[in-house]
Design a protein around this ligand. Structure first.
Ligand code: NAP
Length: 358
């Protein structure tokens, strides 16, 4: 597969295959890619349960009133299908994603994945487009290893993306020295059908397998650098507690931070409000105008009211106040299947296309 450029207005769009197309994140991909100026969904992949069916028959569509008409009739393919689409977005479960994504990357596909398998890979960017686009340097090493023009760029876990967006400007301006975070994660974070309703209604589940470790290690990789041919994680500790709450969409996190350079609350708020990255500079189609939104009201952010800020692409921060143990504490909210998953991958794909990495 040769290099891929932004299609001219009115020209042929770049084909995208969605892996895990029937799931919670796969549905978001299809919804968010409808009418996209550069990309068009052409292929869908899911489990044996769905293979051979038309998408409308295979998917229990939940994210909007109707399945986009261009996608409803597409046949669902299996994991071993040969794919034609140069760009592949993956929302497969981690028990099957690793090998499939590696094979497709070797075949030359550009993979943008939400699965955890390759996130900590030695030459795999774990990328939030506003935060660490410089990690794309690792693609040279990865492409050499794969012997192909293909590659894998991963998204962080949904909770990590929500956290890293407000941490990045603080780390740049003041230096983060320590983070304590407790998450209240929505039901859709566990996929569909996810946590049984009788385990979740009227309840809080104080454990999500593997989630705390991911939040700790992925934050360090994203806020670290790519130097001397390897990733150097940010040196500060993150202590995480992850819980599941009966909210449909939107992960809330209570965060305390210690900063190297002492800063006032107004300085933190200014760092958030002024935060811009490459997606905003390049005016990418899915870029939020502001990746971090600050709410002044004392009872915000709330999932129900704030998860769709910037079309679900922003982390919404509020309740900034002094922390008697570390320096500052605040609450942050992000939409887990949009900014925390499908929307973040699409933004990474747009950035890759605009920067010429494809
Ligand atoms: P989900 O709702 O359970 O969907 C899983 C998808 O994968 C479905 O399309 C399913 O197809 C397909 N699938 C399952 N087993 C398969 C197999 N053996 N072969 C081929 N396809 C198979 O899960 P999800 O929440 O969308 O999560 C997908 C991935 O994204 C996971 O790796 C998850 O950790 C990650 N992620 C999720 C979120 C979130 O908020 N949900 C956020 C960030 C990252 P069938 O319908 O045919 O079974």
């Amino acid at each position: 597969m040769s290099s891929i450029a932004v299609p001219p207005a009115g020209g042929e769009k770049i084909g995208v295959a969605v892996l895990g197309a029937t799931g919670a994140v796969g549905q978001r991909f299809i919804q968010l890619l409808e009418g996209h100026p550069w990309f068009a969904v052409r292929e869908l992949v899911a489990s044996d349960r769905s293979v051979g069916k038309a998408y409308a028959e295979a998917a229990n569509w939940l994210v909007s009133p109707d399945i986009p008409p261009d996608v409803a009739g597409l046949p669902v393919k299996g994991l071993d299908a040969r794919l034609e689409s140069p760009v592949v977005v993956s929302s497969l479960p981690s028990d099957v994603a690793g090998n499939v994504e590696s094979r497709l990357a070797k075949e030359g596909h550009r993979i943008f994945s939400n699965a955890s398998n390759h996130r900590m890979g030695a030459d795999v960017p774990l990328m939030v487009a506003e935060v660490n686009p410089d990690h794309a340097e690792a693609l040279h090493t990865q492409r050499k290893r794969l012997g192909s023009e293909g590659f894998i760029i991963t998204n962080g876990n949904c909770t990590t993306i929500t956290l890293v967006l407000p941490l990045a400007p603080l780390h740049r301006a003041f230096g983060v020295e320590a983070v304590i975070v407790t998450s209240l994660q929505a039901a859709s974070g566990a996929g569909y059908p996810g946590v049984p309703s009788l385990d979740l209604i009227d309840n809080v589940v104080p454990y999500i397998g593997g989630e705390e470790e991911k939040l700790q290690s992925e934050t360090a990789k994203m806020l670290g650098g790519w130097q001397g041919g390897q990733f150097r994680p940010a040196p500060f500790p993150v202590s995480a507690t992850c819980t599941r709450v009966p909210v449909r969409d939107g992960h809330t996190e209570s965060v305390s931070v210690r900063l190297r350079a002492k800063a006032s609350g107004d300085e933190l708020i200014a760092a958030w409000r002024e935060f811009r990255g490459r997606p905003q500079e390049l005016n990418l189609p899915s870029a939020p105008k502001h990746a971090v939104i600050v709410r002044d009201e004392q009872d915000r952010p709330q999932p129900n009211r704030d998860r769709m800020a910037e079309h679900g692409m922003a982390s919404v921060v509020g309740r900034l106040r002094p922390c008697p143990i570390l320096d500052w504490k605040f609450v942050v909210l992000g939409h887990n299947t949009i900014r925390g998953a499908a929307g973040a991958s699409i933004l990474n794909a747009e950035l890759a296309l605009a920067e010429g990495w494809l």
